[in-house]
Write a protein that binds this ligand. Sequence first.
Ligand SMILES: NC(=O)c1ccc[n+]([C@@H]2O[C@H](COP(=O)([O-])OP(=O)(O)OC[C@H]3O[C@@H](n4cnc5c(N)ncnc54)[C@H](OP(=O)(O)O)[C@@H]3O)[C@@H](O)[C@H]2O)c1
Length: 289
Amino acid sequence: MILVTGATGNLGKATINSLLGKGMSANNIAALVRDDSKCSEFKSKGIQVRIGDYENFYSLTNAFQGVDKLLLISSSSEITQRFEQHQNVINAAKQVGVNHITYTSFDMKDLRQSIMAGDVKYHADTSDYLKQIAVPYTLLNNTLYADLIPIISGNNIMDNGISIPAGNGKTPFLPITEMAEAIAVVLTTSGHENKEYTIAAEKAFSFGEIADFISEITGTTVVYSQTDVPSYVSQLMLQGVAGDDAAYLSRFAGAISSGEFETNKSDVKQLLGRNPMPLKDFLRSIYGK
Ligand SMILES: NC(=O)c1ccc[n+]([C@@H]2O[C@H](COP(=O)([O-])OP(=O)(O)OC[C@H]3O[C@@H](n4cnc5c(N)ncnc54)[C@H](OP(=O)(O)O)[C@@H]3O)[C@@H](O)[C@H]2O)c1
């Protein structure tokens, strides 16, 4: 039995779909869900629903009964709560005898030295904690989702161009579906005990290059202009992003600008046994309609 936490989220759902796509039977997959009203899709597919909240240790030990492998998808709760929540999940899994824990960490040059260390350090803390626990682990260091590009590039980019304070920094953006596929490989094949993989595209691109791709795809020139941080935050808020989230995204832009995502590592081709979807094809699926 494989249990996926964060099952109602983007990556959790995509991972469960990839597991099903690999022919894994639904009754060997369990979805950790904290909100009963979000269960129906899983139940209709025959997936086992386990109710649990990262904040409630006993709900987790109940939910993890009979689980062989556990995928801990990093929490989306308040940043300050995340490490403690992850410790709860890891401790509960260990207590009930889960055989293998896989954690979705983050691919940056140095999480603790990052200019946004306050936002990402919990990944390093969770990874270190998991390594200390005797249960075999696998760390998956995920880069930024390609799916974020339309959200962080600015409003109506076909008219206004791309506007983000990301300098010429490059990011090896990867679509969520490709990350999920790589995660499903790790969960369904052997030999991943106590290993660490980088889940990122082999090639990183700047927003200038992304603007060029979109121009080629659409036949309309899309320019990339750098904006300053306060203007960027205001622009995101006008798009409907909450103030705190807009400030958080601006810190990602700063980290991109500083080249913090240029780790030049990728294990995705090796895991998938094929080349992952090129960024230009992903952008075509979004902007080429
Ligand atoms: N690499 C990237 O580009 C990137 C981008 C965004 C986020 N992330 C990180 O990667 C994670 C997965 O991304 P995503 O897009 O799938 O996020 P998401 O759609 O926001 O999903 C987060 C999941 O965590 C669950 N969750 C949050 N707090 C919980 C708690 N206390 N107990 C149990 N479950 C809880 C949520 O459950 P509910 O449905 O009940 O809320 C949801 O299923 C995020 O949580 C975040 O840490 C990475």
